[in-house]
Design a binder for this molecule. Structure first.
Ligand code: CO
Length: 134
């Protein structure tokens, strides 16, 4: 069912420093910071030839990644995003497989303007999984 790896998201305590690391040491193409108030994050997109890395930093007091950074103060991998052709079919399949879909189970519009869902990390090898309709 799953298709391409769309992105890997890494939560970081210092966005400028993270951007400098990817731009400088790794020589990657790195975007300017983009505020996404609906998602409670500021994001820097790192473009790789075959996928993207998203560097996430909390925005506002109710950021969904603040608790993660509290537990992982130097940052860490927050989630992986896989593409699917049909988000509703994917959602129904996940539920039938006994996996927990986070939130109210309805797709939301994600960082790229496409419908996304998140799946409970305990059901997927300890990793938060985002599904995005390609
Ligand atoms: Co994501």
């Amino acid at each position: 069912m799953i298709g391409r790896l769309n992105h890997v998201a890494i939560a970081v305590p210092d966005l400028e420093q993270a951007a400098a690391t990817y731009r400088g040491a790794l020589g990657a193409k790195v975007s300017d910071p983009v505020d996404e108030p609906d998602h409670g994050v500021t994001v820097i997109f790192v473009e790789l030839p075959n996928t993207k890395i998203e560097l996430l930093h909390p925005l506002g007091d109710k950021s969904p990644i603040q608790a993660f950074l509290d537990k992982n103060p130097s940052g860490g991998m927050h989630h992986v995003c896989y593409e699917v052709d049909d988000i509703m079919a994917a959602r129904d399949r996940m539920k039938a497989e006994g996996a927990r879909v986070l939130g109210d189970g309805e797709p939301k519009i994600g960082a790229h303007g496409k419908p996304v869902l998140f799946l409970h990390p305990k059901d997927f090898c300890g990793t938060l999984v985002e599904l995005e309709q390609a």
